[in-house]
Design a protein around this ligand. Structure first.
Ligand SMILES: C[S@@+](CC[C@H](N)C(=O)[O-])C[C@H]1O[C@@H](n2cnc3c(N)ncnc32)[C@H](O)[C@@H]1O
Length: 308
């Protein structure tokens, strides 16, 4: 009898104990699963990081094999011509392509957007007009023109596959192709306007570049050249700009690139840039008529518009 009354109590206690134990074991299983998942995630993460760093190291090695910066100084590089200049420039832009836009904003303190606006906003391009952006790089100038003039048919050409890869990754819809300004792979009279921004100092041959850009323009079409110039006056501004470009810029880009040669070359190429009157003479001796020139930011940038 006693046992009969005690039995349910014992059974309930035993049942609670069993439930507690089974609850504990469920918690243990949950903790074990969490630990396994965490370990799996951590391992995958580590493998990913290792693969990524191996990939980065091998890309860096490939780049340094590719780059032949050591054989010439940046000042000498600005005087190179033909294939030597072409190879130097292609390697230089391939090397910096992924950091190009960021570093340019840093080096020119964001002024390039202002220069695009000043140089490209008043062209009055009409929908359907055909434009070629020579040396389109990462596509900043091409995108700017597309934004300012919806409906134009624009193509971007560049020598550097690395720069073109970045351009294509930013706007898959645009037409980018690889090509050299000295032999533009397009028939005569294809375009209404040819634009080339911050490129001319880098071309392998000035006369051939101009002849080719004018060849692909239709008669009456416009050639627009926007580029960095070396400010002349006042002398204080020229001196500040020289110190900024040749002494400070290589230091501020240093944390972001292993080799600062591209930015020392940039400074030298600006110092050796043609003066505006010489530029006009060069274009006119190629058979085009310069109809407009402007300088921006105290002569640090400038544009020329010529008609074929
Ligand atoms: C300073 S970036 C300017 C890119 C772009 N126009 C912009 O405003 O951002 C100069 C570009 O000119 C290209 N370039 C240099 N020499 C060239 C050549 N011979 N033919 C075609 N492109 C060239 C380089 O590869 C580089 O992408």
């Amino acid at each position: 009898m006693k046992l009969f009354f005690l039995e349910p109590q014992r059974t309930q206690r035993a049942q609670r104990k069993e439930e507690r134990e089974s609850g504990d074991s469920h918690d243990l299983i949950r903790i074990a699963i969490c630990n396994c998942a965490y370990a799996l995630l951590a391992t995958t993460h580590n493998i990913f990081i290792q693969l990524l760093s191996k990939q980065l190291i091998s890309e860096k090695n490939k780049m340094s094999q590719n780059t032949n910066y050591s054989s010439v100084t940046p000042a000498q590089a600005t005087k190179l011509e033909g294939d030597d200049k072409r190879n130097y420039i292609r390697n230089l832009f391939d090397d910096i392509a992924t950091r190009y836009d960021f570093l340019r904003t840093l080096v020119f303190l964001g002024h390039t957007s202002l220069w695009y606006r000043q140089a490209l906003r008043d062209l009055e391009l009409q929908p359907g007009e055909k434009i070629l952006d020579v040396g389109c790089g990462t596509g900043e100038s091409t995108r700017c023109l597309n934004r300012f003039y919806p409906g134009i048919q624009i193509e971007g050409m560049d020598l550097s596959p690395g720069m073109l890869t970045v351009a294509r990754s930013m706007d898959a819809d645009s037409n980018y192709f690889e090509g050299d300004v000295c032999s533009i792979p397009r028939p005569d009279c294809t375009y209404d306007v040819v634009v080339t921004a911050f490129t001319f100092r880098n071309f392998p041959n000035r006369e051939m570049s101009l002849a080719q850009m004018l060849r692909v323009l239709r008669p009456g079409g416009r050639l627009l050249i926007l580029d960095h110039f070396y400010p002349e006056k006042p002398v204080l501004w020229r001196n500040i700009y020289t110190i900024w470009m040749s002494k400070i810029v290589p230091q501020i880009v240093r944390p972001f690139i292993a080799d600062t040669t591209p930015y020392r070359y940039l400074a030298q190429s600006i110092i050796n840039q043609l003066k505006m009157p010489d530029f006009i003479q060069l274009i006119e001796s190629s058979g085009a008529k310069v109809i407009k020139t402007n300088t921006y930011t105290g002569g640090a940038a400038g544009r020329l518009i010529a008609v074929r």
